[in-house]
Ligand binder design. Structure first.
Ligand code: FAD
Length: 383
């Protein structure tokens, strides 16, 4: 089979790229190894994503407007979002919707696991194993690798490695009366016993609560951390489902090579500090698709423009969040200071504004000065 573009991986990044390209009339094959995939994920998405990508209301299982951060000492700061909410989706429903939307736009959705991607003439030859349907061979002029943290596409095409992967685990709990306070509350635990370098989370969904933790320390035992988290929570309910996966929190050195582009986790586009990846997966998928359309229309010289634009637009966020994690997530004394700073209303406002719409709204100078002073003060006193 021949087509213009093969998109490998039908998660948020791949489904978004395929949708944009198919809408523009290109012949697009969207290859997904498992159409019933439930990607291990907290499923928290910002309002800006919901609006830009027109996510239907019925997919948003909770619109959470309250957030609590908990320090190692047990101190809890609760805050509310005046101008929006964090949307909670379940990935098995969310990804399916995005893939079906791409198919409705004209993408050819194929359930098959890609085994090989080889340069061929001026394009690529892709071999994929379609379970009972045998091997599918696709020739495409362009390839978009959207196949997640362990990207086969990146490996086959010799992209530089995904350097930095955290691992995260999550368990699902049915609602019980003792958990009712979480129905409109996201709770984040900054506690070295729950994670030595990341955080633990409690996210509400329609019919369950997701509890998870992550770490970059691959020598540690993620299951032990989750066990400790549950001991500390001391809930009487037992989880009914467990899931785990890697989180690539460091962009690859390059994510464009020849006629191939990597998007989302395949490119390593999860932000440090909060582990957010869905927004950046969809934005990178869209940007890659639009760059390709511009190249084909002669408006742009090369696909390298995609990487350049992505880095220019979002790298201040990646750098800022990496700095935040480095500064505050190293020990409990620093975590305690971090939670103390979250009590400041301006810090809360800046955090929510920048999370919801990924725009850094510059605060007045006196507010910036106050925040710097508070940071120094809490770092010095350690709480
Ligand atoms: C426990 C956990 C919690 C998280 N919580 C959040 C959160 O709350 N909010 C947030 O924004 N981010 C979160 N993330 C990160 C987020 O899940 C990812 O950043 C996001 O899924 C990236 O989307 P993607 O499309 O790039 O990759 P993926 O979602 O990984 O999709 C890749 C797709 O490619 C398919 N695939 C892989 N290999 C092949 C192959 N060889 N052939 C064909 N198909 C293939 C897979 O089946 C999959 O469907 C979390 C991650 C973890 C692990």
């Amino acid at each position: 089979m021949k087509c213009d573009v093969a998109v490998i991986g039908g998660g948020p990044a791949g489904a978004t790229a395929a949708n944009e390209l198919a809408k523009a009339g290109l012949c697009v094959a969207l290859l997904e190894r498992n159409l019933n995939n439930a990607k291990p994920c907290g499923g928290a998405i910002p309002l800006g994503l919901i609006e830009e990508f027109e996510i239907p209301d019925e997919l948003i299982e909770r619109k959470v407007t309250r957030m609590a951060v908990r320090a190692p000492s047990g101190r809890v700061i609760e805050m509310s979002m005046p101008n929006g909410y964090v949307g909670m989706v379940r990935r098995e429903r969310f990804d399916k919707f995005l893939r079906e939307r791409a198919a409705q736009s004209g993408a050819l959705l194929i359930e098959a696991k890609v085994q090989a991607v080889k340069a061929h003439d001026s394009g690529y030859k892709i071999s994929a194993d379609g379970n009972n349907q045998g091997v599918t061979e696709i020739e495409a002029q362009y390839v978009i690798g959207a196949d997640g943290a362990n990207s086969k596409t990146a490996h086959e095409l010799d992209f530089p490695p995904n350097e930095f992967k955290a691992v995260a685990i999550q368990q699902r709990f049915h609602y019980a009366p003792e958990l009712s306070r979480y129905e409109n509350l996201v709770e984040i635990w900054f506690d070295g016993e729950v994670s030595p370098d990341f955080y633990g989370w409690i996210f509400p969904k329609a019919d369950h609560i997701a509890v998870g933790t992550g770490t970059e320390d691959t020598r540690g035992n993620i299951k032990q951390l989750q066990k400790r988290f549950r001991e500390k929570l001391n809930w009487s309910v037992e989880p009914y489902y467990e899931e785990a996966a890697k989180i690539p929190m460091h962009p690859r050195k390059t994510f464009v090579k020849g006629n191939a582009m990597l998007v989302g986790d395949a490119a390593g586009l999860v932000t440090a500090s909060n582990g957010e990846g869905i927004f950046f997966a969809m934005k990178s998928g869209k940007m890659a698709a639009h760059t390709l359309l511009n190249v084909l229309a002669g408006r742009e010289k090369s696909l390298a423009k995609y990487e350049k634009t992505f880095r220019r637009t979002y790298f201040p966020i990646y750098t800022g969040l990496a700095l935040l994690q480095w500064l505050y997530y190293r020990n409990d004394r620093l975590r305690e200071s971090f939670v103390a700073i979250c009590e400041d209303k301006h810090v809360q406002q800046i955090t929510f504004d920048s999370y919801l719409y990924k725009k850094m709204v510059p605060a007045p100078l006196w507010v910036q000065a106050k925040i710097v002073a508070k940071n120094l003060y809490h770092l010095a006193i350690g709480h």
